[in-house]
Design a protein around this ligand. Structure first.
Ligand code: PHE
Length: 444
């Protein structure tokens, strides 16, 4: 067997995890979900989900990954093959997410192209809205960009990822963060910004339904890259001196912060430009060009923003694809390169169908949603939380406690106390919280 690589430094480990976590989920998905789910109350529930469910579940994935040093399926097979279904569920979920993630990453690429060619800025609010509609409902550009995204990812992945991922993440992630903070400060100075901040930060529970609870839990899983074995795969590259609980907490907090900062960029602008927050998936693409247009050196900001967003999306896309490719090549005993070719061809095929659901296939609906939305809903709101609960149950109830103790380096009475609380979360709190939300949704 080929020698497995490792992430070289602790900062690299953190940035690679953050690189997987921070992506379209924070900057594209979080604002639009907050918009359609009523604002502040959604944010509050999302934060609670990250803290109470996300961090324990993330630590559980890390334990499974570093203990086994294997991919998502292999890890469960090594520890207890009765649970390997959780690994397969993860691969399937990753596959579905990839098929629509490439569509939105393609949108980012298109907006980067517009910024570089100087044709993005100078429009009006309604022009930007129709520009997005015309583009996303089209055939040629969305398909060309999504194919490009998949080809770029395929090339990077077939060359092996660790080195590249670690290096790129260490530089790009901090840069992205600084840029986001600058944009957030800029948004706060817009006229009427306070209305947007109120929308984001002041909870109005009358706007929250049962479906918003599930959406907030799903968003937490999606944004943290949880519930599909991605972090099992990443932590299989961690060295022994990495503190798992600390890495999980830090990554989750950074990820949450990036989402909130993105909200602070988007919502003041939404209200300032007289737009509606409930725009759905096109929200940030319709809002941000207005922001850049009114900023000095707008083109420069736009290029930097879309470039970093594209790279953030790419690092997440790579991390999802890695789960599918690693599984395919190891299970079907084909080379990494061939696995990449097969998997990426399937992504292109289904990605195109997904993309067309904004245009020619808009009338095709599943449970009242178009193809794109239904794939997003199924994978994020159902499959990720399910994968997260099952991993928590596995580590909480079934995994040998000594493994948990070794992985978490439990060596003092105080730490034993904390461990007891942690196991209680994995056994009871996480499964019951998520199951309740599931059941409430289907009864409601
Ligand atoms: N967390 C990534 C994002 O926010 C998406 C992702 C989901 C990555 C699941 C890996 C696994 O964009």
């Amino acid at each position: 067997m080929a020698k497995r690589g490792n992430f070289a430094t602790k900062f690299g480990v953190l940035m690679a995890t953050v690189g997987s976590a921070v992506g379209l989920g924070n900057i594209w998905r979080f604002p639009y979900q907050t918009g359609v789910n009523g604002g502040g109350a959604f944010l509050l529930i999302y934060v609670i989900c990250v803290l109470l469910i996300g961090i324990p579940a993330m630590t559980a994935e890390f334990i499974v990954g570093r203990e086994t040093h294997k991919n998502a399926v292999g890890a469960f097979e090594k520890l207890d093959s009765r649970w390997s279904g959780v690994g397969y569920l993860g691969v399937l979920t990753g596959f579905i997410i990839d098929c629509y993630y490439c569509v939105v990453t393609g949108w980012t690429l298109y907006y980067l192209y517009l910024s570089v060619t100087g044709s993005l800025l100078g429009g009006t609010v309604s022009e930007y809205a129709s520009m997005f509609h015309n583009f996303s409902a089209g055939v040629v550009f969305p398909i060309v960009t999504l194919v490009l995204v998949i080809v770029i990812t395929g090339i990077i992945i077939s060359k092996g990822v660790q080195n590249g991922i670690e290096k790129a993440s260490k530089i790009m992630m901090p840069m992205l963060f600084i840029l986001l903070v600058i944009l957030a400060i800029n948004s706060c100075t817009l006229e009427g910004a306070s209305e947007g901040l109120n929308f984001l930060l002041i909870p109005d529970f009358s706007k929250i339904g049962l479906d918003s609870l599930l959406a907030a839990a799903g968003q937490a899983f999606f944004s943290l890259s949880l519930g599909m074995g991605c972090l099992i795969t990443y932590s299989s590259y961690f060295t022994d001196d990495v503190d798992l609980a600390k890495t999980a907490s830090q990554s989750a907090l950074i990820d949450m912060l990036v989402a909130i900062v993105s909200g602070i960029i988007i919502f003041p602008a939404v209200f300032s430009f007289g737009m509606e927050p409930e725009q759905g998936p096109g929200l940030v693409f319709k809002v941000l060009p207005n922001v850049f247009t009114q900023m000095g050196f707008g083109t420069l900001w736009a290029i930097m923003f879309y470039l970093l967003l594209f790279i953030a999306a790419l690092t997440s896309f790579i991390s999802i694809t890695e789960v599918v490719v690693a599984y395919a090549s190891e299970t079907f005993k084909i080379s990494r390169r061939n696995a990449v070719i097969v998997v990426c061809s399937l992504f292109i095929l289904i990605g195109i169908i997904c993309s067309l659901s904004f245009g020619p296939l808009a009338d095709v609906t599943i449970f009242g949603m178009n193809i794109f939305d239904s794939m997003d809903y199924l994978s994020t709101n159902i499959m990720l939380p399910l994968g997260g609960i099952l991993t928590s149950l596995f580590v909480g109830w079934s995994l040998d406690r000594r493994i948990v103790e070794t992985q978490l380096k439990i060596d003092s009475p105080v730490k034993y106390k904390v461990l007891r609380v942690y196991i209680f979360f994995l056994r009871i709190v996480v499964p019951i919280a998520v199951t309740t939300v599931f059941i409430a949704q289907f009864l409601g």
